[in-house]
Design a protein around this ligand. Structure first.
Ligand code: ZN
Length: 315
């Protein structure tokens, strides 16, 4: 069965910790490395370029270094992984038995309000973008602002340029006004790459039922996040069962086509019991079977839904 994880911060984690040659086969300070991706049977992986707020002033340089880090990974392991630039690349890489790697920019800080830089990142292979992390930038307000406003004029331009280029719009971290701006502006299905249901865990990073329905109506997908704080009010109680609870809830509200995975591995410092790293992800398949989901629905959750959106948006 294919497994598509729509969000990890492994590039950022490596970038913060290490300079020089990186051993991507085995990264003992990470939740994800090539060895464990193979063990877990991960077939498609979105690598986020996350820039910590303390590097805001050098966001562009940081983002470029992380693009180069993924290129390094692909250059040194061409037999194992390849970069997705077009919709057809998913099937091509699958035939070659390679992991599909997708580059995503988490937060628009690196664009510095410049649409030209969006086009340059596209040329470099970036195929998804969330306008904000938790804070305000030139494009929009993140959920961490006191009363987040909507998209700026530049943010709206970025959305229409992303639609034109064929880039996936990611609303995780975005304030609610900005969310509704995107719903009314974009012609494409949108994703929340790593967010959960607010009804089950009342955290500002999670989505209301109305937001879940709007993403479903756009034809989009929500990647369930493994961070204990986003899963359950008492973080110590987070287990694989609480991940399955969010999957089940999202299906009840938005239908079987709205749910995917967005682990947030290497962006989270603790994990639910039973999902300690990417090698453990297949346990979700087993858990869904035990909850009585059919094989067809499980395939959609594990990969099919995210694949559908990326294939339809990418050129
Ligand atoms: Zn994030």
């Amino acid at each position: 069965m294919e497994i598509f994880d729509a969000h990890i911060d492994t590039l950022s984690k490596i970038h913060l910790r290490q300079t020089g040659e990186v051993n991507f086969e085995s990264l003992d300070f990470c939740h994800v490395d090539l060895k464990r991706m193979r063990q877990g049977g991960i077939t498609a992986q979105v690598f986020a370029i996350f820039i910590h707020p303390r590097f805001k002033n050098i966001a562009l340089e940081q983002a470029l270094s992380m693009v180069e880090l993924l290129w390094q990974l692909i250059d040194t392991h061409q037999d194992a992984i390849g970069l997705v630039k077009t919709a057809a690349d998913f099937d091509k890489l699958k035939k070659e038995n390679k992991i599909s790697a997708i580059l995503s920019l988490e937060g628009g800080e690196a664009l510095q309000g410049n649409i030209g830089l969006l086009r340059i990142f596209y040329e470099l292979g970036v195929r998804a973008l969330s306008l904000t992390w938790n804070h305000r930038n030139e494009l929009a307000d993140g959920v961490g602002e006191k009363e987040p406003g909507g998209l700026s004029d530049r943010g709206k331009e970025v959305i229409s340029e992303m639609d034109r280029l064929g880039m996936v719009i990611d609303v995780s971290h975005l304030g609610e006004k900005g969310f509704w701006d995107i719903i009314s502006l974009s012609k494409n299905p949108i994703i929340a790459s790593h967010s959960n249901a607010k009804a089950l865990c009342n955290h500002r990073r999670n989505l209301t039922d109305e937001q879940i329905k709007a993403i479903a109506d756009s034809g989009g997908v929500i990647g369930v996040n493994f961070l204990p704080e986003f899963l359950v009010d008492q973080r110590k109680n987070a287990t694989i069962e609480t991940v399955l609870d969010h999957i089940t809830y999202l299906i009840n509200i938005g239908g079987i086509d709205v749910v995917g995975l967005g682990s947030d591995f290497d962006g989270i410092d603790s994990t639910p019991q039973g999902l300690e790293d990417c090698a453990k992800v297949p346990a979700i398949i087993h858990g869904l079977e035990q909850r009585g989901f059919s094989g067809n629905v499980i395939e959609k959750i594990m990969a099919g839904n995210m694949l559908r959106v990326f294939k339809s948006v990418l050129k």
